[in-house]
Design a protein around this ligand. Structure first.
Ligand code: IMP
Length: 428
């Protein structure tokens, strides 16, 4: 039963899209298990670039089935837009895409509520993508959400939507003085999307469990990263789902005992978008250089990403929480022009050095990183495909990181395209 989970180890944007696209070659099924169109998975091949938000990153491999699991929150408008782009690119969606019948959907009042809350100074700003992710998951947990299976019965869908609409209308009016559009107009718009989506809705639980029984290779795709996980991340500055490996079980209906590999994806430095603590953040020339060299701007919102050095405390925490047994190191080429490279090995706070991730935000916000320094290789590594061809000092950096984190590297990414990769092992 070859089932592998691929997770982000930092605050998202580790380059999972490229890696999942590559690893998909080895899989029969690629299944996304959480998040929504807050994610932006960038894939480059044949001199083209695609940014996927909802559809799994295996979609560009004909014959691979792509599953959107029950743990994902689906905005029908965003999904239909993405489907149209892929159809234009020649993807046979009917042969390759299925949606869980148990996924909750995002409706226009969710993004209105998300954006309104974020723009009011009386509420704590998280720096969300404004896509309605938090409010939609909140409805799911409050047991008032609308699911994809509700699309099957039009009158039930109307009933559920109307009940929710009435409640949200009052809340939005009272809290933010916002008027929702007329219900009938909103419902008819949803019906247009329903028309497109309906035939893709399936019982993906059964499909995945049957695939496991048939020994098919399943790659579970996580979005965001460990530090954005609602339980294990830098709460409350997190997203609203379980982006860690456990989310693959709840978000796909795959039993934990079926998972036999967890791959972590981590950048050779650290970035985050939105608010929240970031111990190794650099507010100096090195931070700007990382942003420029790494083109660190959000794939979904275009926001500049905050940049900083590699954090071993965070990486080890991600290994522990996810049970990571192989790591993919990305964007090593971004460090090509740094004469000195730093790596954080501990957080110094109130006279104590922490080598384990603290829950306390005050510690994370005010600690002083303890750094180990490395001499940079100051040479071009873009596009290198063989480990032996890397500069000696780059190899030393990579080996030191692997030793500090305690896990071997499966791949090293040296550029955005599929071919810019050093493969050191196979997924299954
Ligand atoms: P939300 O997921 O839109 O509610 O945003 C919550 C936090 O997660 C914000 O800091 C976002 O910037 C961050 N976030 C959400 N999705 C991603 C992603 O795919 N990459 C990086 N950060 C993300």
């Amino acid at each position: 039963m070859p089932v592998a989970v691929v997770v982000g180890m930092q605050w998202g944007d580790e380059g999972k899209g490229k890696i999942i696209d590559l690893l998909s070659e080895e899989a029969d099924i690629v299944a996304r298990y959480q998040g929504g169109h807050n994610a932006g998975h960038t894939i480059c091949f044949d001199d083209k670039q695609f940014v996927l938000h909802l559809i799994p990153s295996g979609i560009f491999h004909p014959g691979k089935l792509c599953v959107i699991g029950n743990g994902v929150v689906i905005d029908p408008a965003a999904l239909v837009e993405e489907m149209e782009q892929l159809k234009e690119a020649g993807v046979d969606l009917e042969a390759q895409l299925v949606l869980s019948d148990r996924a909750n959907i995002i409706l226009p009042y969710h993004s209105t509520s998300d954006k309104s809350r974020e723009s009011e100074s009386r509420f704590q700003k998280i720096g969300t993508t404004g896509r309605g992710i938090g409010p939609s998951y909140a409805d799911k947990i409050a047991r008032v959400g609308i699911r994809t299976c509700d699309f099957l019965d039009e009158s039930r869908l109307r009933e559920l939507y109307q009940a929710n609409y009435r409640e949200k209308k009052q809340i939005l009016k009272n809290l933010y003085d916002i008027d929702l559009p007329d219900f009938e107009a909103m419902f008819q718009e949803l019906m247009k999307f329903r028309e497109v989506i309906l035939k893709f809705i399936k019982n993906t639980h059964t499909l995945l469990r049957e695939a496991i029984a048939e020994n098919k290779k399943i790659l579970c795709e996580g979005a965001q990263g460990t530090m954005l996980d609602v339980d294990h991340g830098t709460y409350p500055y997190v997203t609203s789902s379980n982006s860690t490996a456990g989310g693959a079980c709840t978000g796909l209906g795959i039993p934990p005992t079926s998972i036999n590999r967890v791959v972590g994806v981590i950048k050779a430095y650290t970035t985050r978008v939105g608010e929240g603590p970031f111990p190794t953040e650099l507010n100096d020339g090195d931070g700007e250089k990382l942003r420029d060299e790494g083109h660190e701007f959000g794939a979904t919102t275009g926001r500049p990403r905050r940049c900083g050095w590699f954090d071993v405390v965070l990486a080890r925490y991600a290994v522990a929480v996810n049970g990571i047994d192989a790591i993919v190191l990305t964007k090593i080429d971004v460090l090509d022009k740094f004469a000195t490279i730093k790596v954080c090995t501990g957080y110094k706070y109130k006279g104590q050095v922490y080598d384990e991730m603290p829950a306390d935000l005050d510690c994370l916000e005010n600690c002083e990183p303890v750094y180990a320094e490395f001499e940079g290789w100051m040479a071009n590594t873009v596009g290198i495909t063989s480990y032996d061809e890397l500069p000696e000092k780059a190899k030393q950096y990579i080996e030191k990181l692997s030793g500090l984190v305690g896990v071997k590297f499966l791949m090293i990414s040296t550029g955005p395209a599929r071919k810019h990769t050093i493969c050191l092992g196979s997924l299954f």
